[in-house]
Design a binder for this molecule. Sequence first.
Ligand code: GDP
Length: 294
Amino acid sequence: MLENLSERLQGIFSGLKSKGRLTEDDINAAMREIRLALLEADVNFKVVKNFVARTKERCLAAEVLDSLTPAQNVVKIVLDELTELLGRTDSRLVLGSRIPNVIMLVGLQGSGKTTAAAKLAYRLKQENHAPLLIAGDVYRPAAADQLQTLGDEIGVRVYRGDGRDPVAIAREGIQDAIDNLRDVVIIDTAGRLHVDADMMEEAQAIKQAVKPDQILMVVDAMTGQDVVNVVEAFSAAVDFDGVIMSKMDGDARGGGALSVREVTGKPIKFISSGEKPDSLEVFHPDRMAKRILG
Ligand code: GDP
């Protein structure tokens, strides 16, 4: 993911480094190339515009152009702005004192919610918590089976319920967690293929009924430009607290990962890069920015 962007940026920087002194024209040309590279990686156009404007202004400052190593300073500024774009500091999952703590996952169908629910449970279990998974996706019959299979694999209890009402299942699941001494519950909810009013109403109803401590939106990193509309819709409807970026191991252009923070103001908390239970990592904006710049 983002390898092409990485290669493009490295090419632009080595061009600058080969020049020695840099003129305003050199900076302008480099910024145009950076703009194109970001757009081709599917970063949202507004995000690109603001990013390039901020970066260019800093690069055109006299202390950069007149310095002994202008190209290196440009690289540093781009790295700094990229880190800022990705959220600057790590945004760890902090559990509140309520027991059980309630984490609700939302997102489109196929985004990787069910997989992410199990991965998060696995992670919490490794951290000595006693999680419970709630199968709140009542429309996709295979979803509860899938969660059950994953729960069995990682040794985490799954509450399935037998009704068709996701609000009731969420409530009962929390009671089940209390009865079975679980300290965190993760509610998997139903998604649809596209943003849809029923899906949002259902998520709002669950939110209102169980008052989650955290709502995390699972976003497929391969979504492309449309990712902005999707996250904006969820942000407006359920006001989530953070993002789990899934499928970071894909070979798509991955610009969504660079756009969500700026578009929603919400941090990426985890990235997932595989189907195995242990493939959920805490997201580090600085490491990601450094990796992109090579
Ligand atoms: P849901 O509909 O949102 O619950 O999505 P699922 O959890 O069922 O995931 C949809 C598909 O994506 C499944 O085939 C998962 O195995 C796959 N998937 C989920 N997360 C990742 C990931 O990080 N990397 C890869 N390669 N596949 C993933």
